[in-house]
Design a protein around this ligand. Sequence first.
Ligand SMILES: O=C(O)c1ccc[n+]([C@@H]2O[C@H](COP(=O)([O-])O)[C@@H](O)[C@H]2O)c1
Ligand SMILES: Cc1cc2nc[nH]c2cc1C
Length: 347
Amino acid sequence: MSVSEPKLSTISQSASFQMQEKLDNLSKPIKGLGQLEALADQLAAIEGRIDLQTVKRTCLVFVADHGVVQEAVSATSQEISNVLADNVANGYACVNAVAKSNHCNVEVIDVGLFGDSHSPKMIDRKIQRGTHNILVKDAMSRQDAVKSIQVGYDIAQDAISKGNQMLLIGEVGLGNTTASSAIVATMLSLPVDVVVDKGSDISTKQFEHKKQIIKDVLTNRQPNKADPIDVLSKVGGFEIGAKIGVMLAAAENRIPLFLDGFISDAAALLAEAMYPGIAKHFIASHLSKEKGAAKALDYLGLKPLLNLGLAVGEGSGAVLALSLVDVMQSILTNENTLGDLKFEYEN
Ligand SMILES: O=C(O)c1ccc[n+]([C@@H]2O[C@H](COP(=O)([O-])O)[C@@H](O)[C@H]2O)c1
Ligand SMILES: Cc1cc2nc[nH]c2cc1C
């Protein structure tokens, strides 16, 4: 099993059916827990069992820089990526705070920061010092695009071998909503205006400029949607490739994979094009505030669990959705059955 010879595990319809039967027997109206029931069904289908394995989970946060930040498409200057990435590695960022309350491990992996990390906790798998500016040059070589997927795959395999039962993915990378917009517009053949949004919050004037930059990027780079590696190498990012690798390792090992926001959604479109059917192994934790997110999730047939207007990144939304998994586990463990109440539906 590897990136070059993927072998997705099967999605167990019978485990999903058994889970729904169990839920239908609980002391509540049939399907009364709505999308939470669909979540439990999907987890059972992915894991191939109804005694869901959810306790040990890790959010893998991939950090990388984007040369296109030179074009003033982001709220901050490029050097800030390092500061933000180190903040996650040191345990003080938004995702760390959410992870503390939701009992989730966080690991931070440098796959392409321009600078050197100052955190001893940063895992160094740097592929290059940032992507090239995609307005003028391909983001990375094809070889580095494949390498980014392999790095993510290896990191995920390691996490799985340490007993993780669910994986979550996040990122820090200023400029990556520009790269993600270019990916989503390409993969869904949509106009840039329909998918682009304000990322880490830019002014209206800067937003108009960002739209034009992405249009020019697509004209200059001509990514080929029939070849996802071409798209990743021309307009993508190292953290986006690494996320694809995690998705593959999770899908091979019956491990539920929690997407975070827009950048995960863009990576998921590439993964689905490379490994058709892989999206069935993904849980859409939330609907990002970025408007292209809904387009990507609709295409993938994924219904987000939360819709809170989140636009943080780091994996924070994915970790937040774990509270719903934990609530579902409590329901499955603690709620009694219609039988206990000697209650039966009449038809
Ligand atoms: O997860 C999202 O949907 C999301 C939406 C907006 C911004 N972000 C985060 O903000 C950074 C990218 O914003 P930008 O404006 O520089 O492209 C990057 O570090 C992402 O993790 C993330
Ligand atoms: C403050 C800040 C925190 C972030 N976390 C992930 N991306 C980010 C971008 C900014 C600007």
